[in-house]
Design a protein. Structure first.
Length: 189
């Protein structure tokens, strides 16, 4: 099973994401044709990607992932557009996190620590919180400057973070489907 832990988006954040995608697509016109946009109804803010997990190891993970988190709920803002990778032809267009990045990073570390304590390996690279807007099916280095110039400078949306969801990702020709396996609520007041 392909698993990941994420923050779900509010309807308002999803709507703002859809508006931004349309705005960028209109500014790029045909030059952005190779960008495949993430469907807002499937968008989420990934905290930890576990990848393929043997089904026999899922039950303890679900139990731990559903335990309350002793942290105060907080707000984040989506702002600042970027691309991955940092050099060469871009593959991913994203919106970063402005306000609330420290709280989100602390939450990500706590969720990661819970997962690592069960013996699961996680990605070694630094956490770079972002919301993926789209992925290039093919690109050139010049696409980076065009996409960044087309993106807006203002904050995209505000999002309240009060829980983390462990998801199973089921891949198909129609795109991924996400099944919630557990939810952990931030409980400190």
């Amino acid at each position: 099973m392909r698993l990941f832990a994420a923050v779900d988006l509010s309807p308002e954040a999803r709507d703002a994401m859809a508006v931004e995608q349309k705005r960028i697509a209109a500014r790029l016109e045909s030059r952005g044709a190779s960008l495949k946009w993430v469907r807002p109804d499937r968008a989420h803010l990934t905290l930890v990607f576990l990848g393929n997990v043997d089904t026999g190891r899922v039950a303890p993970l679900v139990e731990v992932a559903g335990q309350p988190i002793d942290r105060v709920p907080f707000d984040i803002t989506f702002s600042g557009t970027g691309v991955f990778p940092a050099r060469g032809a871009p593959r991913v267009l994203w919106i970063g996190i402005g306000a609330g990045v420290d709280e989100l990073t602390a939450l990500q570390r706590e969720v990661s620590a819970r997962i690592v304590a069960l013996g699961f390996p996680i990605e070694a690279r630094d956490f770079h919180p972002h919301l993926t807007l789209g992925r290039w099916t093919s690109s050139r280095p010049s696409d980076r400057a065009r996409a960044l110039a087309a993106a807006g400078a203002a904050a995209l949306a505000r999002q309240h973070v009060a829980q983390v969801t462990l998801y199973e990702s089921r891949l198909s020709a129609a795109g991924p489907a996400y099944v919630a396996l557990a939810r952990a609520t931030l409980t400190r007041r």
